[in-house]
Design a protein around this ligand. Structure first.
Ligand code: ADP
Ligand code: MG
Length: 621
């Protein structure tokens, strides 16, 4: 009988590899830009036409290639970057698999021109669909230019999967932005259909580069991150303030050893840094750089090299989370440490902000003292909700404005509709808040030294209870109320799968739960302030989210989620009349919490209409 196994011809193998490496024009650009960086370029120019499908050109002033190398470069597994298996354990270059050029050339028409200093002439290699057409002398300054035309011209099925020109251009812009941020020392130019959209001169650091690309206003709203530890993972960069919210992860620029990655673990650790101040499904913007010793990270996980695997995954996640948390703490968005337990049982003396910022021994009050400077905190911006498309437009606008590095005033404001009543910063709150009454039985109307305040009674109480539950849980002295007649409820199969894992966490908050036969659970006790009718809903809700969110969420995040859910179910509702004493109580308690201006789900608690704006409104100033 005839044998049926064949070794595939090279050009077929290359096209198969291209399936993984070359997904869209931006992935071609990624490989070419990485090659330029690996070649030591100080200047990289990226030009595209028709979203990169018609033309994609990358020029650099790197070391270039001698003629033999220029030809060899297109062979599969041809690389100058590693030699031995051992080299794989410490990869210091962006490329190393030696398959990018071979893959790209197998699905496009490619022309490479390159010159090494001292050579008699530059070399031009032409390859179409993996077939070498021509090698000849050419003129080129030191460095390399690669032109990729008609991507997927020989694979109609792949061509069909390309998206609109706008979408592909967005991905390309995003990619150039990433590499420009990761390498401030390199000059980047990006030309789209003949129009220069990015021109960034060599910058001295990330801050200057971010300014070139995004402008001053973007920078002003970022918090600096500098944490972790060098032996494992140093974490540096910028993250957004909690009020700046995105509905996707598109504004998160994550890098590992200056390699741009899309790593779920890093993204999740970043979100965990924002636990209890940003709600689910809402993401911060971030430029985060993780520097780790080469042997701590495996970059050879996927052909596109956008995923990495850390040797000590959990420790790196901790480092990221804590570095982000510390950045938020130094900007007073969260307490430096977890709030210390405070007894909530007996009425306590009211502690004023003045008392806290003075030297009176009140060390354990969860109130953020007013920092001595700056005297006028920047006006808070209302949350910006941005969709993917809007981000694309944002980036485009930002890049357009950065083109000529105009002063910040010319940049598009991130919030064009400044609201009259604004969110309040923690620093601007004094203890001198006087409740006047209620609006719609839902919002407390109050005054303070700076104007009129509206306090959302439900979220205010939610914040108070959240801190309380967290504190009690940490102290392991949660209060429970026994139910005379245990309540039973049935778990769905998905809930049942996570129940045993989560039950101890619920119990640490005062629940007493017993698994009866099958998927039935009996609730024998519930946390002290939780209305009995809410217990079952709350448990079901939490079991559902945790399931959807995979089980390996950090315990602290999980505990925060339980506390937030408890707080939400136990808090006073809207449309509920409040007696004056109750309003007073609520405000005093709120001021003692870890974050009196943001609820555990990230919503604002207090809005202020400043006296100044009122005066302006009446044309008195
Ligand atoms: P890899 O980057 O994984 O080594 P590639 O297929 O991307 O594989 O490139 C193959 C080789 O071609 C590289 O190892 C490098 O030696 C050379 N090369 C590619 N692009 C450039 C460039 N812009 N400048 C200098 N050398 C290059
Ligand atoms: Mg490469």
């Amino acid at each position: 009988m005839m044998s049926k196994i064949r070794v595939l011809a090279d050009h077929v193998a290359n096209q198969i590899a291209a399936g993984e490496v070359v997904e869209r024009p931006a992935s071609v650009a990624k490989e070419l830009v990485e090659n330029s960086i690996d070649a030591g370029a100080t200047r990289i120019i990226i030009e595209i036409e028709a979203g990169g499908r018609r033309l994609l050109k990358v020029s650099d002033d790197g070391e270039g290639m001698v003629r033999d190398d220029a030809i060899l470069a297109f062979e599969r597994h041809a690389t100058s970057k590693i030699r031995e298996t051992d080299d794989l354990t410490a990869i210091g270059t962006l490329g190393f698999r030696g398959e990018a050029l071979a893959s790209i050339a197998s699905v496009a028409k490619v022309e490479l021109t390159t010159y090494v200093e001292g050579a008699s002439a530059a070399t031009r290699v032409t390859i179409d669909g993996g077939r070498m057409r021509d090698v000849k002398d050419a003129a080129h300054p030191r460095g390399t230019t690669i032109i990729v035309r008609d991507l997927f011209f020989n694979i109609p099925a792949r061509r069909k999967f390309l998206r609109s020109e706008a979408t592909e251009t967005y991905h390309l812009t995003n990619l150039v932005t990433h590499y420009a941020l990761a390498h401030p020392e390199i000059a980047f130019t990006f030309v789209n259909n003949g129009r220069e959209v990015v021109r960034a001169a060599p910058a001295k650091d990330l801050r200057e580069r971010a300014y070139q690309i995004f402008g001053q206003e973007f920078l002003d709203n970022l918090l600096e991150v500098d944490g972790g530890e060098p032996q494992l993972a140093r974490v540096t960069g910028y993250v957004s303030a909690p009020r700046d919210r995105r509905t996707s992860r598109d504004s998160q620029y994550l890098f590992v050893n200056r390699r741009f990655v899309r790593d779920r673990m890093v993204g999740r650790a970043l979100s965990e840094g924002y636990r209890s101040i940003l709600p689910h499904g809402v993401y911060p913007a971030a430029l985060l750089f993780i520097e780790t010793p080469l042997e701590e990270v495996d970059v050879n996980v996927h052909p596109a090299k956008t995923e990495v695997r850390f040797r000590r995954q959990a420790a790196v996640a901790d480092a990221v989370r804590e570095a982000v948390r510390a950045a938020l703490a130094s900007a007073n968005y969260v307490q430096p440490q977890e709030p210390e337990p405070v007894s909530f049982a007996i009425p306590e003396p009211i502690v004023t902000a003045a008392a806290v910022s003075s030297v009176t021994p009140q060390p354990r009050i969860e109130f953020v003292p007013t920092p001595p400077s700056p005297p006028t905190p920047p006006p808070p911006r209302p949350p910006v909700e941005v969709s993917g498309d809007e981000i694309a437009r944002d980036i485009e606008l930002m890049i357009e404005s950065a083109q000529s590095v105009k002063p910040a005033a010319d940049l598009p404001p991130l919030n064009s509709a400044d609201k009259f009543a604004r969110e309040v910063t923690a620093e601007s709150l004094s203890a001198n808040i006087r409740p006047l009454g209620q609006l719609e039985e839902s919002f407390i109307i109050a005054t303070d030294d700076e104007g009129l305040l509206l306090i959302d009674q439900h979220v205010a109480h939610e914040r108070i209870l959240f801190d309380k539950y967290r504190a009690l849980e940490a102290e392991r002295c949660s209060d429970a109320q026994q139910l005379l007649v245990p309540e039973t409820f049935d778990l769905t199969p998905a809930q049942a799968a996570v129940f045993d894992d989560l039950a101890p966490e619920f119990e640490s908050y005062g629940f007493e739960l017993m698994r009866l036969s099958g998927r039935t659970v009996a609730i024998k006790a519930i946390p002290a302030d939780l209305p009995r009718g809410e217990a079952r809903n709350m448990l079901a809700e939490l079991l559902d989210t945790v399931d959807a969110e995979k089980k390996n969420t950090a315990r602290d995040t999980l505990r925060d989620e339980i506390a937030a859910s408890l707080a939400c179910h136990a808090a006073i509702k809207v449309n509920m009349p409040l007696a004056p004493e109750k309003m007073r109580w609520l405000i005093d308690r709120l001021l003692q919490t870890s974050s009196p201006t943001t609820c555990p789900h990230g919503r604002p608690i207090i809005l202020r209409l400043s006296t100044r704006d009122i005066l302006k409104g009446f044309h008195r100033i």
